[in-house]
Design a protein around this ligand. Structure first.
Ligand SMILES: Nc1ncnc2c1ncn2[C@@H]1O[C@H](COP(=O)(O)OP(=O)(O)O)[C@@H](O)[C@H]1O
Ligand SMILES: [Mg+2]
Length: 220
């Protein structure tokens, strides 16, 4: 069976697209799925991350491929991998003016839209919703969800944002990802929190596994 494609996309940078793409890859890998993670962003965060582990240390245990040069042809490049994997996670570039997110969404089963509690993220989500809805005209099976990242649950803004996001038309995943220092450490170590053993990482790993389960539940 051909791989399901999961697009991690948002108009803005810094919302956690790359962090979420790599960690979803890790959670699916742990569940024995054949996972490929695609770096579609010219910043190449995932390419750097996957080669950041020091000699001898365990690094990212699944392949990360750099397709950031493929531009509007990226769907053709991704297609070359679909028979060899169960799940392909694509870390999309931040700008929706680029063709890349649009063509990836045409091939994807699920779009995950990370957002923080910042109003700027909410405004850029509005643009992203339009892009997803355009893709859904051609790709009727595409489903989209918001994922709240870097949350501080007690803050009022987060609760208001939750309601506002749902009014945009796509559901919000039940699991939220709080701000945790371990995500930055994981990137620096060339690992994911699933490989780390401190308390924060163990909590983070539980959250990431829950997000992965919710997304698996959305796949056909
Ligand atoms: N939940 C989180 N807690 C703490 N830091 C985070 C979290 N999510 C992302 N970050 C950090 O925020 C920065 C931007 O994240 P990144 O995944 O590169 O975003 P994007 O790919 O959307 O530009 C990175 O330094 C990353 O380590
Ligand atoms: Mg990124």
């Amino acid at each position: 069976m051909a791989a399901e494609i999961i697009a991690i996309t948002q108009q803005k940078g810094g919302v956690g697209k790359s962090t979420i793409a790599m960690h979803l890859g890790a959670a699916f890998h742990e569940k024995k799925k054949r996972v490929l993670v695609v770096d579609a962003d010219g910043q190449n965060t995932l390419v750097h991350w996957s080669s950041a582990a020091s000699d001898g240390a365990s690094g990212i245990p699944f392949p990360v491929v750099n397709l950031s040069e493929a531009g509007g042809q990226i769907h053709r490049e991704i297609k070359k991998f679909v028979n060899d994997y169960d799940i392909i996670v694509v870390d999309c570039p931040p700008s929706i003016t680029e063709k890349v997110s649009g063509v990836v969404l045409l091939a994807a089963s699920v779009a995950v839209i990370p957002t923080s509690s910042s109003p700027a993220d909410y405004w850029s989500s509005v643009g992203l919703v339009k892009l997803v809805q355009q893709a859904q005209v051609m790709n009727e099976d595409l489903r989209a969800v918001f994922l709240l990242n870097k949350t501080e649950e007690k803050r009022m803004l987060t609760r208001e944002l939750k309601v506002a996001l749902e009014e945009l038309g796509f559901p919000l995943l039940k699991t939220q990802i709080p701000t945790r220092e371990c995500y930055k450490q994981a990137m620096a170590l060339g690992q994911t929190v699933l490989q780390m053993t401190d308390r924060g990482s163990r909590l983070a790993a539980t959250e990431i596994r829950a997000v992965a389960d919710e997304i698996l539940g959305m796949l056909p």
